[in-house]
Design a protein around this ligand. Structure first.
Ligand SMILES: Cc1cc2nc3c(=O)[nH]c(=O)nc-3n(C[C@H](O)[C@H](O)[C@H](O)COP(=O)(O)O)c2cc1C
Length: 203
């Protein structure tokens, strides 16, 4: 017994000299970043530390410089982002499988396409696809860097795009949103409610 009460109010002090992010579950998106290797081959890697950077269509993700994705995005000046559907979870997982003699055999099992507008790679059938020109790489967050691009093309499946004639709750129920719960769990969010914004709030 740890002595920690499961439903208790006791606050446990966390050791900030160690990484905090595996000590509790936190919600992130799960996307596939597609880049071009130096020889033109396609590369794909799942990223959960990924999000819009403000409201002007910048998109950023955290990437270790030792990953091929980092070198590819830097060298080619672009990357693409695909949001996998529930059916594409196996593909998403295989995209993180270790390389054999420099290549990822798991990628050969699924179709990939060159992005139309940037040097990057998209996943056909993904819920959403974003094609980004490289904007900035910020190194130095410990072992990691932030890679930021600006979307120059984007497309989404009709089922996931908001529409004034469709109720938001209904749209999400029909096309549940994939949430990655770090570390190592996931959920499909189908039941939602409107956020109680304060009157007059502006973003
Ligand atoms: C669910 C999941 C989420 C991941 N999220 C990230 C991430 O946010 N940043 C990162 O650098 N690597 C992340 N990874 C690890 C990379 O995807 C993995 O090391 C990949 O093989 C790197 O491929 P590359 O060398 O072709 O870039 C994640 C892996 C998984 C399975």
């Amino acid at each position: 017994m740890s002595g920690k009460s499961r439903n208790g109010e006791r606050l446990i002090e966390l050791d900030v000299t160690h990484p905090l992010w595996d000590r509790f579950f936190w919600i992130a998106p799960l996307v596939l970043v597609g880049t071009l290797e130096a020889d033109g081959a396609f590369d794909l890697a799942p990223k959960h530390m990924a999000m819009p950077m403000g409201w002007q269509n910048y998109f950023g993700f955290v990437c270790a410089p030792r990953h091929a994705t980092y070198a590819n995005a830097r060298r080619e000046g672009g990357f693409a982002v695909s949001w996998p559907t529930p059916e594409q979870l196996v593909q998403t997982s295989l995209a993180a499988a270790p390389r054999h003699e420099g290549t990822k055999p798991g990628l050969a099992a699924f179709p990939l396409e060159a992005a139309a507008s940037v040097p990057g790679v998209v996943v056909p059938g993904a819920s959403l696809q974003l094609e980004c020109e490289l904007e900035q790489i910020v190194d130095g967050f410990g072992d990691n860097s932030l890679i930021v691009g600006k979307a120059v093309a984007a497309r989404g499946r009709e089922a996931v795009l908001r529409d004034p004639d469709t109720d938001d709750a209904e749209l999400i129920r029909d096309a549940p949103v994939l949430a990655y719960l770090h570390p190592g769990r996931l959920a499909f969010v189908a039941e939602t409610q409107a956020f109680p914004f304060p009157k007059g709030m502006r973003k």
